[in-house]
Design a protein around this ligand. Structure first.
Ligand code: CP
Ligand code: NVA
Length: 311
């Protein structure tokens, strides 16, 4: 498997390997410090980023390489050079390419043309680096994944989808509570349901947040208006998604050992109350810290050709 574009490209063994490598890099950050010596990794971000940009840059540095940020206005892409030509040229100098943009098709096009690994740093449809860090965090906290229930509340966007797909590969139970029209794409749900079943897990969709959190060990949410969502939708979304806010009352309905998770950035008072995200059950900042070993694991696994993939 050359690229890391979405969770469904991974086998469950691939995901298990990434989690094992990431845990190893937590303990020994410098254990592969020569992998990228004298090599660069271009990082193209068409959307803002704090965690992904910096954790990926830190991961490249820990592997001995140099991250090079290339903004959308700095490349000749802006003046009409094709993605294909850009990818070929980058392949002459770089070890891998990290890209955050809007359309998944653009990232697929870049990966198809690039002779080197391409890593999806978030698209409208997927956030696979986040999902690896999330499962690393759950595993670190509970000591296992299989059999745990993760409840996701709110907008079924990129983070929800990658989380659902990753959890399904591990035998976790996933419950997603979203308002009508905000569910993850149906095809993704069908395929995650089948993947979960094969490993003794379940995927359930509901419109009822209380039903989703009952028995959950993890209660997860994300912003209500993602990057790229039209701002004119803001008022409607704030109204529609309000019943899905993670507050103290919903956390009390979850399991007694339940933790709160959020990919960040957070909007306190919208998708989560300050008491929950800043409280003792919140793993949000542990997740953010785990983005670094997770990114290091993904880079390492791709560059050493350790991932099988499905094809
Ligand atoms: N969670 C996450 O991807 O954060 P950034 O947008 O800051 O990278
Ligand atoms: N769903 C959010 C995630 C941010 C990390 C977005 O795409 O903006």
């Amino acid at each position: 498997m050359k690229d890391f574009l979405r969770i469904t490209d991974l086998t469950s063994d691939d995901l298990a390997l990434l989690l094992e490598l990431a845990a190893g890099f937590q303990d020994k950050p410098g254990s592969a410090q020569d992998l990228l010596t004298h090599r660069i990794v271009p990082m193209y971000f068409a959307k803002p980023s704090t965690r992904t940009r910096l954790s990926t840059a830190a991961a490249v540095a820990r592997l001995g390489g140099t991250p090079v940020t290339v903004g959308p206005d700095e490349l000749q892409l802006r003046r009409g050079e094709t993605i294909g030509d850009t990818a070929r040229v980058m392949g002459s100098y770089a070890a891998a390419i990290v890209i955050r943009t809007y359309a998944d098709a653009d990232v697929r096009g870049l990966a198809a043309a690039a002779p080197i690994p391409v890593i999806n740093a978030l698209t409208d449809g997927h956030h696979p680096l986040q999902a690896v860090a999330d499962l690393l965090t759950v595993q670190e906290h509970f000591g296992r994944l299989r059999g745990l229930r993760v409840a996701y509340l709110g907008d079924g966007g990129n983070v929800a989808r990658s989380l659902m797909e990753a959890a399904a590969l591990t035998g976790m139970d996933v419950a997603i509570a979203s308002p009508p029209g905000h569910e993850p794409p149906e095809r993704a749900v069908v395929s995650a349901t089948a993947a979960a079943r094969r490993r003794g897990g379940r995927v359930a969709l509901t419109h009822d947040p209380a039903e989703a959190v009952r028995g959950a060990s993890v209660v997860y949410t994300d912003v209500w208006l993602s990057m790229g969502d039209p701002d004119r939708e803001r008022t409607r979304r704030l109204r529609t998604l309000a019943p899905y806010r993670v507050d103290e009352r919903l956390m009390a309905l979850a399991g007694g050992d339940a933790v709160f998770m959020h990919c960040l950035p957070a909007h306190r008072g919208q998708e989560v109350t300050p008491g929950v995200i800043d409280g003792g059950r919140s793993l949000a900042f542990r997740q953010a810290a785990n983005r670094l070993p997770a990114a290091q694991a993904v880079l390492y696994a791709l560059l050493t050709e350790r991932l099988e993939g499905h094809r």
